[in-house]
Structure formats: structure tokens, C-alpha cells
Design a protein around this ligand. Sequence first.
Ligand SMILES: Cc1cc2nc3c(=O)[nH]c(=O)nc-3n(C[C@H](O)[C@H](O)[C@H](O)COP(=O)(O)OP(=O)(O)OC[C@H]3O[C@@H](n4cnc5c(N)ncnc54)[C@H](O)[C@@H]3O)c2cc1C
Length: 480
Amino acid sequence: MSARRYLVVGAGLSGLSAAHRLRELEPSAHLELWEASARTGGWIATETLPASRLGIASEQALVVDLGPESILGPRSEAHREEHAALGLVARLGLEDRVIRTRSDRHGAYVVSRGRLARIPEGFSLIGPGDLVGFAKSDVVSLEGKARAALELAMPARPRAPSDDESLASFVRRRFGWEVLERLAQPLASGIYGADPEILGLLATMPRFLEMEAAHGSVTRALIAAARATTDEVGEGARYGLFVSFDAGMQVLTDALTDRVRDALRLERAAVRMERDASGVEVIDDAGRAERFDAVVVAQPAHRAAGLLEGIDREAAHALAAIPHGSAATVTFAWRREDVPHPLDAYGFVVPRVERRRILASTWSSEKWPDRAPAELALVRVFAAGDDDLAGRDDALLALEARRELADLMGITAPPRFTKVVRYERAMPLYGPEHVARRDAIAARLAELPDVALAGNSLFGVGIPDTIAAGERAAEKLATG
Ligand SMILES: Cc1cc2nc3c(=O)[nH]c(=O)nc-3n(C[C@H](O)[C@H](O)[C@H](O)COP(=O)(O)OP(=O)(O)OC[C@H]3O[C@@H](n4cnc5c(N)ncnc54)[C@H](O)[C@@H]3O)c2cc1C
């Protein structure tokens, strides 16, 4: 019998993970990985720049993650085994290259009435995980704190397992509008690049609904979770909340690329697919048709929809209906003496009510070790969720980001380095309708024995989710 022929379409993190898993499961199969662009990694890209190019006499290069910059670690050591990213890191032999956030900095700021204020100690994305820290902060008013305290005695709202509500509605109902407006909204938007009013809680952060169901009070559950983490860290757990790699996120996609290099076909896009009893025919952008026994589709939903149109029209239309948001990052390097702020945190987030042009800023040189020579501060700004983002050119985005940093951090000197990157329709927005849509698409695709969907369209946008989606797709198709 001749070797089975597999195709993975798209060499972003998810497609690379699928191809790598297929290689692990069926080393003798024929494997191809088509990538429309000239490089692998998709949104993951790291630029390394010698400091000498910026007039700094140092051997230490600048390591600039242009897109994703961190991986959320496992919830606790008990969840480590099932963490797809750490599992993959171990199989790739990359454990020694994993880095944790700098321990000589901590926490982050939030813009509060025009200035940077510390996010309350222990605040955990949507609610307080430390009541003393929350009480001491002035980001939320006394009335707001009193309202949030009522959460401790609030019973869980009964719900059917598939009922969803917006993240904003959940926070408003449990903690009040002020916690939403001043803390939960900017923190969630900093991650999803979208307003929590349009994000479904079950689709994005189901653990908070689980907390409500199991504990009644989400505050109590957050406090218990914070204690468990402190105990683990006290016991020397290896992974903190976020991890990255010594030379940036591209370490991961480069290592995956090395494992499947012979399968890689760069600048080859799939444009159409058809299937019959003997397999799947895929047509590329040069009009060539090739047959495969099974295909993994690993692109954003709106592109995957085009490919699946000839295979399952209903699934394709449901995929095409998933809304996507655009984003941009602007990275600057300044000489440290040009930055009046002490940079004593990992960055800041910006509530919508503050009416600014940016959503968040990561102080990369303070968050991660060895990202820049000691003479330089590396500051990245994130803009998204803005309808007119596409209408502003790179120069304007950089100017707006500089204006905001001048106002909030007092940085007025010209930067030594500026880099703007745009991410058009990059982030799928999981609204309250997503779970029903996701389950319907998954059910239809489950009927197809030779086509699998990877990527971030259905089961999570985070890096561990995207890896898991790629690996599950490979496991569905492999017969070895
Ligand atoms: C700005 C930004 C910051 C982020 N930050 C984080 C973070 O810090 N932590 C985190 O966990 N997540 C983060 N995410 C989310 C995460 O990066 C993504 O969910 C993930 O990288 C998606 O990987 P993917 O392989 O599914 O898709 P992609 O990276 O989009 O890869 C798809 C690939 O398919 C190729 N392709 C498309 N069409 C075709 C075709 N027809 N034929 C062949 N190839 C094709 C594309 O060129 C691309 O290389 C961020 C996302 C963005 C946009």
C-alpha cells in the first residue's frame, strides 16, 4: 500500500502544530504544508536588531515580538500536563529556552482619570482576588467598592449549560458598572482587542461562569485561586502566569518549522477544495490540482470558509459569519534617560472611558529579561477595536501612540526605533452566539473523515488553544 498523502494548509502556529503532530504520528506518510506567504509562523514574528544599529555600543540585541508576546501558563501545576503549549515545548526540547516574566518588576498600571494608577493588588481580570489590595486602591470609588463587595453574598444565577451572556453583562451583574468600566473592560480588551460588551463569557472565559456555579461568589473563588497559586510558587513551581522564549516567540514556530521543513511549500496558497470517495482535491493559486487522502485547514475562519465552500457549504457559511477585529502594534525603543517614568511594572491598560487612541502598552524590556541593552527601554503599544484603524496610516498610528505615551509617561524625546505592524481581520471575536455556532460547525466537520479544521476559529485564540486545535486536527486524520 502506498504512503498516505496529507496536506496542511497554512503554516501559522496551528498549521505547524498539525504538521508536526502528523509527522509524529505517521512518520512515513507523505506530508505537505502549503503556506501562502514567504515565511512560517503566521501572526507570530520576532525581529532581532543589533543595538549598534541604534548607535548603542552593546553586544545585546533588541528582541522585538511584533505580534503575540506571551503564553498564558497553566492554571495550576495540576493543569500542567494538559497544557498544549508546555507539552509541545517539552517534545521539541525547548524547555531550556522558556523564560518567565522578570521578578524585579511586578503588576501593571491602568489609566485612571488621565494618569497611570496601579491596578489593585491581586485583581484578577474581572474581579478582586485580594480584598485588602482592592480596598486600598483608588481606581474604583468608595461606592464602586461597596457595590463590588455585595458580590460576596450574591447567589449564582441559574443557567442552562449552553447559555451565554456577554463578559460585560456578567461583570456588571456581579461587581457593578464601575469595576467593569475601570478595570475589567480594559483588561479584557487588552487581551481580546475587543469590547467585553461583544464578547461571550462562555466562549472566552468560561472559568468565571464555573466559579459562579461552584462557589456562588466569584470573589471567594478568585481569592482561593490566588492562595493556591501563592502556595505553588512558594513550592517552586517552574512556570508563572506568563511565559515566553529567550529569543522571542518565534523560537517556537522556528523549531516547529525545522521539524517539518521538507514538507514546507512556501508561497503556495490553496484556493479551492473538492472531495469525493477517493480523497480531497486541492487547487492552488497557480491553478494546479493535487489529490490528498486528508487535509488540515489551518487559516483564519474567513479564509477557511472559502476553502470549505466546495466541501460543506453550511459549515463554510457559519465560519464566514464569525466576526473578526483588526489590530496594530507600535514598538518604540528609547534611551533610558529619555524615559522619565520609573518603568516599575509590565505596562498599562486603557479603559474606553478615558477616550484615548490606544488600548494597552507593554514595557517589553521590563516584562522580559534580556530584550534590550540596559541603555534602552523597549515599549510596545497595542491599538485595536477601533473602526477607523484601517483608515490611519502607519505614520499616524506611530504619532498617536507617541502622543499618548508623552501624555501618560512624560516621554517627549524622539525614539531610537519605531516599528508599526498591522493585523487586518486577525482576531476572531467570540460573541455570545459563538458557542452555538462553534458546536454546529464542529458537528458538521466531525462527519468528514478526511478534512479537519485547525486554527483559532472555534476553540480559543490563545497560543495553547491554537496548538491544541492543530494537534487535534492531526489526531483526527492520522491512521498510523
Ligand atoms: C497582534 C496580536 C497579538 C496577539 N498576542 C497574543 C499573545 O500574546 N498570546 C496569545 O496566546 N495569543 C496572542 N494572539 C493570538 C494568537 O497569536 C493567534 O490566535 C494565533 O497565532 C493564530 O495562529 P493560526 O495558526 O491559527 O493563524 P495565523 O497565524 O493567522 O496563520 C495562518 C497562516 O495561514 C496562511 N494562509 C492563509 N490563507 C492561506 C491559503 N489559502 N493557503 C496557504 N496558506 C494560507 C497565512 O499566511 C498564515 O501564515 C495575538 C494575536 C494578534 C493578532
